[in-house]
Ligand binder design. Structure first.
Ligand code: FAD
Length: 404
């Protein structure tokens, strides 16, 4: 029996391996990861890891997990090609291996903007623990940091390094922060709060050039002609999915490896999950490619069920979190298509939630330091329950009573 090979040992790949065993799958499971590390949690890298010189990566599963569950974890291996006809994977430096089922959980990688000087030392994107180690090392001795991109990862790092006393400037091309991922009231709040914490924020601005001294970055020139001193530049301008393996094998790709409601690609014995997969979302009917731990792990669970013979369709409620300075942001649902919202709580107190409606139906809740709203939102969306705007304004007790 050839078993299942999982390519990518991130959140999705490791969960797929674990869930295969939980589903009673008894064939061989091979988990291939490119890094020479035991698989670890990515979210802490931009939050706690970079400020703590002693921090070690938080492992997704204990060291013994792979042996105990008969998962053949192979670190430090790059999969070079999929031979679909032969159901074989070709490895860069290693004998090919054959499979019955293949799970592509190759994730995504930081986008590198075509800016002069982006190759200088001290210019870093954060994806892997090696990047986080570099940021930790460089930020320990530098005074000025420039962050390209006002998305989650860039802002988390900005807040962390500001709290550690660095001069931090964020340069964002759009006219607001977090424009791709949250609604304007949240983006505006984050901007106000970060400014109060001493982070300088430039929107509607780009960096046109990075300049260096002796091969190390020393400053960033903005499109407005300002020269920002910088001994460390963080590039956080989004990611691109690692679709090349699939694409070269002729598997259909459209903003990501295209999958159906059971996580199968256009070639049914090849499944795909996590950051790399794109699909039609059950909640909105729109095409998405989501970048979150929830999406990676819930999809992986379902892929394992499909391989074990199940026929459930994906129906998990999407959620996400981010810690930016003293703001715990939590999102549940999808705001695409939302046409009105209700705000509860007090933005001035750094504690509020935005309930989003599309055609009168609750589709998402975005919260700042209001975890109870988030948890209730997860329950409401999972139950397919949509409160009225009035009910939301009456408060949590009214919502709980209506949901019960
Ligand atoms: P990944 O975790 O990226 O794993 C893919 C793996 O595949 C990688 O290890 C890669 O090396 C490997 N791979 C790729 N190609 C090959 C190949 N050809 N051969 C072998 N191996 C290959 N999400 C949240 O929900 N909340 C957060 O607060 C949050 N914070 C984040 C902070 C940071 C710094 C980062 C980087 C991400 C954060 N995310 C957060 C997003 C979350 O980590 C991702 O959505 C998640 O890691 C996706 O899991 P994945 O398994 O699909 O991809």
């Amino acid at each position: 029996k050839n078993g299942t090979i999982i390519v990518g040992a991130g959140h999705a790949g490791v969960q797929a391996a674990a869930s295969l065993r939980e589903e009673g799958y008894d064939g061989p499971v091979v988990l291939i990861g490119e890094e020479n590390e035991l698989p670890y949690h990515k979210p802490p890298l931009s939050k706690t890891f970079i400020k703590d010189a002693e921090a070690r990566p938080q492992l997704l599963r204990g060291e013994n997990f792979y042996v105990t569950n008969d998962i053949d974890y192979r670190p430090g291996l790059h999969v070079a090609r999929i031979d679909l006809a032969g159901r074989r994977l070709e490895l860069a430096g290693g004998a090919p291996i054959t499979f019955d089922r293949l799970v592509l959980a190759t994730g995504s990688r930081p986008r590198k903007p075509p800016i002069e000087g982006v190759g200088l030392a001290g210019v870093v994107s954060l994806r892997e623990v090696a990047d986080a180690r570099l940021i930790r090392e460089l930020s320990a001795t530098c005074a000025d940091v420039v962050v390209l991109g006002g998305g989650f990862i860039g802002l988390e790092i900005a807040a962390t390094l500001r709290a550690a006393g660095r001069n931090v400037t964020v340069v964002e091309a759009a006219d607001r922060l977090l424009g791709r991922v949250v609604a304007p009231p949240i983006g505006a709040h984050v901007r106000r709060r970060l400014t109060e914490l001493g982070v300088r924020i430039l929107t509607g601005a780009t960096v046109s050039r990075l300049k260096g001294e002796n091969g190390h970055v020393s400053s960033a020139l903005t499109s407005a002609g300002e020269r920002l001193p910088a001994q460390l530049v963080i590039v956080g301008v989004g990611v691109v999915p690692n679709v090349e393996l699939a694409e070269r094998a002729g598997i259909i790709v459209s903003n990501g490896i295209r999958i159906d409601e059971r996580m199968r690609s256009s070639v049914p014995e090849v499944l795909s999950v996590g950051d790399v997969a794109s699909y039609r979302h059950w909640l909105t009917g729109g095409d998405v490619r989501l970048e979150s731990v929830q999406n990676a792990t819930d999809q992986a669970r379902l892929a394992a069920r499909t391989i074990a013979g199940g026929s459930d369709a994906y129906a998990a409620v999407p959620w996400f979190w981010s810690d930016i300075g003293d703001m715990k942001l939590q999102m549940v649902g999808l705001t695409a298509g939302a046409d009105s919202h209700v705000i509860v709580g007090e933005p001035q107190e750094n504690r509020f939630s935005v309930y989003h409606f599309a055609g009168g139906r609750l589709v998402a809740i975005e919260s700042v330091n209001r975890p109870a709203d988030h948890m209730l939102g997860r329950k409401m969306l999972a139950a397919g329950f949509s409160p009225s705007r009035e009910m939301v304004l009456q408060g949590a007790d009214a919502l709980k009573a209506a949901l019960a």
